[in-house]
Design a protein around this ligand. Structure first.
Ligand code: SF4
Ligand code: SF4
Ligand code: SF4
Length: 340
């Protein structure tokens, strides 16, 4: 057994890896908040409550996963890119490709909801509120997000025909759905407010409650991640069973029971590798290459994400083709529009 000696993995100690992840996540979260604020100003202009025009930030479409799934099916069936919410489809495609190649790196390094979940977990830990559900409860709860995912995949990917897709795609509801989403948060119904409050409070008690049990987006990324070439590997012969990896794992994975972490729950955060005190015992492995620099996976996640953004921007697939004046007209009646 060889205790830690200077190496690539040892260079990034737990604190610095965690700090780096927090910094990257916070960067994306602050950008999302800023985009949300700009979108709110655009909305106020659109409904006539503000005279100064603020351009609509396309990145808010990242919060429209259903529209993006419909856009993806339309792209597959007709070859046409969604030019109503192109940024939404681009972000969705980026997340899927990241999932396929780089585990759930989108969840671990980019998604602002995952970041807020992590913050709630940290606060819950400090307040000594965190509780780990027993296996008999954890396993059935884990299945919920897959049930939700299969429900949406059945309805959209399986059931919807191309004419139905086109009809939904061009519907006033879909065009103005970003305003509908904004109103959902600004003026929630009693039920929606109650559910949001429940999710917020329970996140202080049960680690990553939304991400772990309910998010169908994360479930989809987790299924894709099963094919990812990146895997956390443990060397049983050098492991000293200190369980530091498990204590730090935000996805509550029982790393010490495996040689390879294959589960779709792994978000590729690399915190376990940084926390392991035995040099080389845990590593982020690729086929034919067991040891890789710790920052390879997160670096690839962020690079790939920005490559999608730059490609979409350069090829005209980032900004919506719907004129702001048309959006403004729809935003004024969006509260009365039924779901198509
Ligand atoms: S599980 Fe869902 S909410 Fe959580 S980080 Fe992943 S995509 Fe975001
Ligand atoms: S197994 Fe390691 S890389 Fe995967 S989620 Fe847990 S701590 Fe992060
Ligand atoms: S951190 Fe985990 S893998 Fe590393 S020595 Fe301790 S128990 Fe083994």
């Amino acid at each position: 057994m060889k205790e830690s000696s200077p190496s690539f993995a040892a260079f990034f100690r737990p604190a610095s890896t965690r700090k780096l992840r927090t910094t990257v996540q916070a960067g994306f979260a602050f950008f999302s908040l800023y985009a949300g604020y700009r979108f709110y100003l655009f909305y106020l202009w659109a409904i006539g409550e503000r005279t100064t025009y603020t351009p609509r930030p396309p990145s808010v479409e990242g919060f429209l996963p259903i529209s993006a799934l419909v856009g993806l099916k339309r792209l597959v069936l007709s070859g046409q890119y969604d030019m109503i919410h192109p940024a939404g489809l681009t972000i969705f495609l980026a997340a899927l490709v990241i999932g396929l190649l780089l585990r759930k790196g989108f969840c671990g390094w980019i998604c602002p909801v995952g970041f807020s979940s992590n913050l709630a977990e940290k606060a819950g830990r400090k307040l000594r509120l965190l509780w780990q559900p027993p296996v008999w409860l954890d396993l059935p709860l884990l299945s919920l997000k897959y049930l939700l995912l299969f429900f949406f995949l059945y309805l959209i990917a399986w059931q919807m025909t191309l004419p139905q897709i086109e009809s939904f795609h061009r519907s006033p509801y879909n065009i103005g759905v970003d305003a509908k989403m904004l109103l959902f948060f600004l003026e929630p119904s009693g039920l929606a407010a109650g559910i949001m409050l429940f999710l917020l409070l329970i996140s202080f008690v049960i680690r990553n409650f939304w991400c772990r049990y309910l998010c169908p987006y994360g479930a989809l990324l987790g299924l894709l991640a099963l094919a990812s070439p990146f895997q956390v590997k443990r060397d049983r012969t050098t492991c000293i069973d200190c369980k530091k990896c498990e204590k730090t794992c935000p996805a509550s994975i029982q790393i010490t029971t495996k040689s390879v972490v294959r589960t779709g729950e792994c978000i590729g955060c690399t915190e376990c590798v940084a926390a392991c005190p035995v040099d080389g015992c845990l590593s982020i492995a690729l086929p034919g290459r067991r040891k890789n620099p710790l920052l390879l996976l997160p670096g690839a996640v962020v690079t790939l994400y920005f490559l999608f953004y730059i490609a979409a921007l350069a090829t005209g697939h980032w900004h919506s083709e719907v004129p702001p004046e048309i959006m403004a007209k729809l935003y004024r009646i969006i509260g009365d529009l039924p779901h198509p």
